[in-house]
Ligand binder design. Structure first.
Ligand SMILES: *Cc1c(COP(=O)(O)O)cnc(C)c1O
Length: 350
C-alpha cells in the first residue's frame, strides 16, 4: 500500500487553521510598515531588531539549499532538532492512542518528547553490534505505530546504521521513518537527504549544533517531502527562529571551509585517540565511530569517570545504559584536550 500522509496525520492537525501573522498576510516591499504593532522608532541596539523575522526563513533556506543540495521547500528549520522532534509527535501521534518505536541505546530526546506528548514508546534494542533488529521492529509495529526513530551515526554508540536496513523500514512501514543525522558530517555514509525523492515517509534531521559549532544558536534542520514540511510549518510557532540566529547563521554558512577543516581534524584526532586508548590493557573495546565521539569500554568506568571529574575533565558516563555496560562516551577534543585526557586516564590506572 502506498504511503498516505493524510491517513497518518492527527485529525486536529489535518483540520488546523494555522495562525496568520502580519508577515504572512503581506510579504512584499513597502516603505511604511504599520501592520504588526512593532516599535517603529527602532530597537535599542546598533542593529535593527524591531521587526518580526521572516516566519519561513527563506533567505537562510536558500543558502542551505546551496550547501545541502535539498530544495528550500523541502527544508524545515527548528529551534534545535528538539523542536522538530516535538513537532513530529504533535503532527502524527494522538496522546494515549498512538505509539512510536525507538531502538536503544539511542538519543534520549525521542523518549522524553514522547513522554511530554503522552505517547507510548516501544523499545526494540539494537543488536550486540549496534545494528537494527529489523524483525524485532516489524513485530513491535501495529496499527497505531506512527514513527520509527533511527539515529545514524548513532548517539551514544557512534557507529552508522546499515542504510539497507533503514531502506527496508522505509519501504515496508506506512508511518514516518525519522533518520537523525546529527553527526553526518563526520560519517563516511551518504546522507539520506539524497533519497528523499524515493521515500515519501522519510524525515531526515540534521543540526548546526555539532560539526558547524553553533550549538548555542539552536538551529535544527528537518528535510522531508513538501507535504510533510507544510504540516510542520502549520504547527510551529510563527516566529520560531529569531532574527539574531538567522543573521548569525547566514554569516556562519560563509565559513564552510573552516568547518570542513575542523571535520578533517576531528576525524584525525579521533583516530589518534582510539589508537592511544586501545594501547591500554584496561580498554576492552571501542566501537568504530563515524561521529565526533567514541564509546569506550573501560575497567572501573565509574571510578575513572570520577577521577577525570576531579581533574577537571568531563566525559559522559554511559556505563549503566542498555548495551553500553562499562562504557564511557568521550567527545573528541582538540589535540591539547585529548592529550590531557590520555594523561589523566593513564594516571588513573597506574
Ligand atoms: C546533539 C544531537 C542533536 C542536536 O540537537 P539540537 O537540538 O539540534 O542541538 C540531535 N540528535 C542527536 C542524536 C544528537 O546527538
Amino acid at each position: 500500500m502506498p504511503f498516505n500522509l493524510n491517513a497518518i496525520l492527527r485529525e486536529n492537525i489535518k483540520n488546523l487553521v494555522p495562525y496568520s501573522s502580519a508577515r504572512d498576510e503581506f510579504k512584499g516591499e513597502a516603505s511604511v510598515f504599520l501592520d504588526a504593532n512593532e516599535n517603529s522608532f527602532g530597537s535599542p541596539l546598533p542593529q535593527d531588531y524591531n521587526r518580526y523575522p521572516d516566519p519561513l526563513q527563506w533567505e537562510l533556506k536558500h543558502k542551505l539549499h546551496r550547501i545541502k543540495g535539498v530544495p528550500s521547500e523541502h527544508i524545515f528549520l527548528g529551534n534545535g532538532s528538539d523542536e522538530a522532534i516535538d513537532i513530529l509527535y504533535r503532527a502524527f501521534c494522538n496522546p494515549k492512542v498512538d505509539n512510536v518505536v525507538i531502538v536503544p541505546p539511542t538519543y534520549g530526546m525521542y523518549e522524553v518528547s514522547a513522554n511530554i506528548n503522552d505517547v507510548e514508546v516501544r523499545k526494540v534494542n539494537l543488536t550486540a553490534d549496534y545494528q537494527l533488529n529489523v524483525d524485532g521492529i516489524a513485530e513491535a509495529l501495529d496499527q497505531h505505530t506512527k514513527i520509527i526513530f533511527i539515529c545514524s551515526p548513532n548517539n551514544p554508540t557512534g557507529n552508522s546504521i546499515n542504510p539497507l536496513d533503514i531502506e527496508t523500514l522505509l519501504v515496508n512501514f506506512k508511518g514516518i521513518v525519522v533518520v537523525d543525522e546529527a553527526y553526518i558530517n563526520y560519517s563516511k555514509q551518504k546522507s539520506f537527504t539524497y533519497s528523499l525523492h524515493e521515500f515519501p515517509n522519510l524525515v531526515v534531521l540534521q543540526t548546526l549544533s555539532k560539526a558547524w559549532g553553533l550549538a548555542a544558536l539552536r538551529l535544527g534542520l528537518a528535510f522531508a517531502s513538501k507535504e510533510i514540511i507544510e504540516v510542520f510549518n502549520k504547527i510551529k510557532p510563527p516566529y520560531n527562529i529569531n532574527q539574531a540566529t538567522q543573521d548569525l547563521v547566514l554569516a556562519a554558512l560563509e565559513n564552510i571551509d573552516t568547518v570542513n577543516e575542523w571535520i578533517k581534524q576531528t576525524i584525525q584526532e579521533r583516530e589518534i585517540l582510539v589508537t592511544n586508548l586501545l594501547a591500554l590493557p584496561q580498554v576492552h573495546h571501542i566501537t568504530p565511530s563515524d561521529a565526533n565521539f567514541i564509546l569506550v569500554k573501560f575497567d572501573q568506568p565509574r571510578a575513572l569517570y570520577e577521577h577525570l571529574v576531579s581533574k577537571g575533565i568531563i566525559i559522559r558516563d554511559r556505563s549503566k545504559i542498555t548495551l553500553c555496560e562499562g562504557s564511557l562516551r568521550i567527545t573528541v577534543g582538540t589535540k591539547n584536550d585529548n592529550d590531557r585526557l590520555l594523561t589523566e586516564i593513564r594516571g588513573f590506572y597506574n
